[in-house]
Structures are given as structure tokens and as C-alpha cells.
Design a protein around this ligand. Structure first.
Ligand code: SF4
Ligand code: SF4
Length: 511
């Protein structure tokens, strides 16, 4: 270990297009120690807390469960299990609002905590740097790990792809660029040892050549906490505080100068990125055997005591707000996530999930009325994805989804820079999200039709085969007797046999 700054790498930093310099408001929370949130009355665990397919419940109402016990299993490759975040009784298997699927209710498991917080039997693994990378990947998958930076992509998928393709660089992302959010800053300061060891573990899991941990230049304490623990096997880099420097593609551009191709993934250029929170949680999952059950959440904005909380997954937002002094007002709204990329939530009984990095109480909810686009082009100048936001908006509003696809809607990272600068107050990201949701629903339906068409065709083929077999048999029977109808022949032989049986019965009676 060394206390020197690890600058031997002399990495040249690059810049990304567009972006904004924003007032951060992180001082509200980043210097205060995080608090553990007490157990709520109810834990609500949605079966869809990540990108991909929802998990499938394996418990039923009335069951008692222990903390860390698997209560829902993955339902496909892009899916992860869900675990009870405390011990108690399964109160119900119901539905709740999902932050991942707009205006859709998703199945959820509701637990009534028993207050014991009693653990399921755990199976820690200590030799994590010498075991087979595939075993590590499996352990991380079994722990229900998803990306904790906000997007919520199942972590094992990135790790599996890592061993399938040669990985040059693993990037651990501690660049928390969105205003107000400081949960990464806090977890680095408080759990730097987990992050550094977790980084080495993830590097082993994907067999990456190089490894970089990146933080923002306005996180000096976090930088020092990491710097005190790393050796020269890990490069520690600070990047300029410019929003959205923490976006996956933007950070790759800043650190390597490389661009992830449109529609492509970092893996296509030999890079895998994980968030600092994911590195810490993965390390805990393997070395302590604890699945993903809690996370750091920044609760900030118009509350008495903004700060970071360590929250059990499934804890209602309302319960988190109570810990920091929340007094609701009519002109306020609650956002899950940050002010730029977060989503307004109308029901604060909604639970904290694996991807909840922040809960923000914001005023000025009744924003100015949307006006027509004046074609100023300000949105184009700030777009970090080099898109044409005003054209995307026009086609998204007209629901011309062929055009929005052609304009690379799916490369939009929903950073909100365009909407932030728009003088006409057009909520541009709202239109893009709606278009993405509509396209996803359409594609899901199409996939359903395709599936039904395949099933119909397979059934028709099966029926054809059966019919052909019947025809063949019929032809064979016909060829046996060309001068007599086979059906008539069958009938006659049946009658002859019946008459014969009756005769035999009569003869027996006479005897
Ligand atoms: S910033 Fe707003 S008004 Fe200006 S071109 Fe973009 S969408 Fe139109
Ligand atoms: S929200 Fe999308 S279109 Fe708007 S600036 Fe960000 S990446 Fe560009």
C-alpha cells in the first residue's frame, strides 16, 4: 500500500461533446456520515428491479422467511433472483408501481418484518482471487446483483461477456455527476476497502488486463480514501466535474478517447464498466455470502436533515423521508433519482429498489408552460450523444417511430441536458421516454405474435404429419384388397366374429 497519489500511469484525459456545468448541491449531504434506516412496518420487494425479465416468486402468502433467503428466482438470462431483506412473514404477493416500467404495476412480495432480522445460512468464499472466474460470476448472479449506478443492468451479464471476449480495461465508476446525489461519494469514504477489494475481485472475474477507478475532481476525500488503499495494480483517476461525465459512454470517452459505436456496447471496444456501489456489494456478496439486500440512498432537497441513508431494499420511500424530516407541501414533488435523470413519483409508499440512488424533494414543481419549439438549436449544442434533440422531439410527438429510430433515439442516455437549456420549456426527455416505451411495448407484442405464429405453424405441421400417416395407412389397406372396400370388409369380419361368439355361447348352454 502507498499513500502517494498513483499518477505513474500519466493518463491523458479527453473530453466529450456537449454537457453542462451545473451547481452540484452535494455539500448538503456528502460530509455527513450515512445512517442506517430503521426497519419499516412493511417491506415491498418488486419482482422487476432491473432491466430485463421479472423474477418469479418461489414463496407463498403466510410463509416465514429469513434475511437473505431467496424468495424469487431469475426468469431468463437477463434476470436476477430477489432475496428477503429482513426476516418475517410473507404478508401478500401483490402488485406495486415499478420505476422501470412506465405506468405498469409489477408483481411484488410484501414482507411483514418480525423485528429479529434473523439471517438465512450464508456461505462466504474467502479465496476469491484464486477461484475460477466463472464461479465468481455465478456467485455474483446468485446474489441478485445489478448495476447500482442507476441503470440496473444485471451485473453477471457484463461479467459473462467479459470472459467470452478479451477485456482490456475494467472501469469502476465513482463519477457521480448528477446534482444533489452523493451516495457514491459516501460509500467510497465509508467503504473504500470493500471497493478496492471488490475492484480486484471483478478484475479477476472478467480477466481484465487493466483496471481504473474514476472519481470526480470535486470528491477529494473519496479520492484520498481510495488512494490510501490501492497499489499500482489499480489506476486512480479524477475527471473534471462536468455533467454527464459519469455516463458510461462519456466516461469511456474521457478516460480512453474511444467512442462506443452507435447502438453498440463498451464490451465491443474491450471495456467493462461497473459502479463503485456494485463493486462493494459484489465483494460483500462473495466474501460474506450476503446477497444484495441494501444500498446507499441520498435523500436530499427540501427536507430538514438531508443525508445519505443505508436502506434495506423494499423500504417505502415515505419511511426514508421520515428519517430526514419531510413536511410535504403542495408545490413540491418527490423524484426517485436526481433532478436531471430521475422520475417523479406520485406515490411515496413505493419502495426503494436496487437502482434507487436518490430520493429528492424538489420545489417549483409547477414548471412553466411548454411553448412551441423556436428552432434555436441550444439542445443540439449540449447533447453529449451528438443527437438532434429537436428533431427527435418532433418525430416522437408525431409518433413517427421509424424516424426516431433512424435518428438514434436509443443512443439517447436521457441525461436531460437538452430539456435543461430549452427556452421553450419543452420536457424533451418525457417525449423520448414515451417513444421508447411505446416502441418496447410494440416490439413485445410483435414478439408475442411471432411466438404465436411459430406455435400455429408447428401445430399445423404436426397435424399435416398425422394426416399424412393416416392417408398412408389407408393407402396400404386399399392395396391389400383392391376389389373390396376395406371398411366394409372390416364390418363383415366383425359381424362374422360376433355370430361365432353367440354360437359358442349357445353350445355351452346346451352342454
Ligand atoms: S432548445 Fe428547445 S426550442 Fe430550441 S431547438 Fe431545441 S427543442 Fe427547440
Ligand atoms: S436527453 Fe438525450 S437527446 Fe437530450 S441531451 Fe441527453 S442524450 Fe441528447
Amino acid at each position: 500500500m502507498s499513500s502517494e497519489v498513483h499518477t505513474r500511469f500519466n493518463r491523458e484525459l479527453h473530453s466529450f461533446p456537449g454537457g453542462l456545468e451545473l451547481k452540484t448541491h452535494k455539500e448538503l449531504t456528502n460530509s455527513k456520515e450515512s445512517l442506517r434506516t430503521p426497519l419499516p412496518d412493511k417491506i415491498i420487494l418488486p419482482l422487476q428491479q432491473h432491466i430485463g425479465s421479472p423474477s418469479e416468486t418461489i414463496v407463498k402468502k403466510g410463509d416465514t422467511v429469513l434475511k437473505g433467503q431467496k424468495i424469487a428466482q431469475a426468469s431468463g438470462y437477463i434476470s436476477v433472483p430477489v432475496h428477503a431483506s429482513t426476516s418475517g412473514k410473507i404478508l401478500d404477493i401483490g402488485t406495486c408501481q415499478s420505476i422501470h416500467i412506465k405506468s405498469e404495476q409489477v408483481p411484488c412480495i410484501i414482507i411483514e418484518p418480525d423485528g429479529e432480522d434473523a439471517w438465512f445460512e450464508l456461505e462466504p468464499v474467502t479465496d476469491y482471487l484464486s477461484i475460477d472466474p466463472e464461479i465468481l460470476q455465478r456467485l455474483i448472479y446468485e446474489a441478485g446483483m445489478v448495476g447500482m449506478g442507476g441503470a440496473g443492468f444485471p451485473a453477471h451479464v457484463k461479467l459473462n461477456e467479459g470472459t467470452a471476449t478479451a477485456i482490456d480495461t475494467l472501469i469502476i465508476n465513482g463519477v457521480e455527476c448528477e446534482p444533489y446525489i452523493s451516495c457514491d461519494d459516501r460509500i467510497i469514504r465509508e467503504k473504500a476497502d470493500y471497493i478496492v477489494s471488490g475492484t480486484r475481485m471483478l478484475q479477476h472475474a472478467i480477466q481484465a488486463e487493466h483496471c481504473v477507478i474514476a472519481v470526480e475532481e470535486d470528491m477529494p476525500e473519496a479520492f484520498e480514501a481510495l488512494n490510501a488503499l490501492i497499489d499500482d495494480d489499480i489506476e486512480l483517476v479524477t475527471v473534471p466535474a462536468r455533467y454527464p461525465a459519469g455516463g458510461e459512454k462519456q466516461l469511456i470517452k474521457v478516460l480512453t478517447g474511444k467512442e462506443v459505436p452507435a447502438g453498440g456496447l463498451p464490451i465491443h471496444i474491450g471495456i467493462v464498466m461497473h459502479n463503485v456501489g456494485t463493486a462493494a456489494a459484489a465483494f460483500r456478496a462473495v466474501t460474506r455470502g450476503e446477497p444484495l439486500l441494501s444500498r446507499y440512498v441520498t435523500v436530499s432537497g427540501n427536507v430538514e436533515d438531508p443525508r445519505n441513508l443505508q436502506v434495506l431494499l423494499g423500504t417505502p420511500v415515505e419511511h426514508c423521508l421520515e428519517q430526514v424530516g419531510y413536511h410535504p407541501r403542495d408545490d413540491e414533488a418527490v423524484i426517485m433519482g436526481g433532478p436531471m435523470m430521475g422520475k417523479y413519483i406520485h406515490d411515496i409508499s413505493m419502495p426503494v429498489v436496487k437502482t434507487t440512488n436518490s430520493i429528492l424533494v424538489t420545489s417549483g414543481f409547477n414548471r412553466s408552460r411548454e411553448k412551441p419549439c423556436i428552432g434555436c438549436g441550444d439542445c443540439v449544442d449540449v447533447c453529449p450523444a451528438k443527437l438532434l434533440p429537436q428533431e427527435l422531439f418532433a418525430y416522437a410527438r408525431a409518433k413517427d417511430y421509424e424516424e426516431v429510430r433512424a435518428l438514434h433515439l436509443f443512443d439517447c442516455i436521457e441525461c436531460g441536458c437538452c430539456a435543461y437549456v430549452c427556452p421553450s420549456n419543452i420536457p424533451l426527455v418525457k417525449y423520448y421516454r414515451e417513444a421508447k416505451t411505446d416502441i418496447a411495448i410494440y416490439e413485445k407484442k410483435q414478439a408475442g405474435y411471432e411466438h404465436a405464429r411459430h406455435r400455429f405453424e408447428a401445430r399445423s405441421e404436426r397435424l399435416d404429419r398425422i394426416e399424412n400417416r393416416v392417408d398412408d395407412r389407408f393407402d396400404k389397406i386399399k392395396t391389400l384388397s383392391t376389389d373390396q372396400d376395406p371398411v366394409e370388409e372390416d364390418k363383415q369380419s366383425y359381424i362374422r366374429a360376433a355370430v361365432e361368439r353367440m354360437k359358442q355361447k349357445k353350445n355351452k348352454k346346451k352342454d
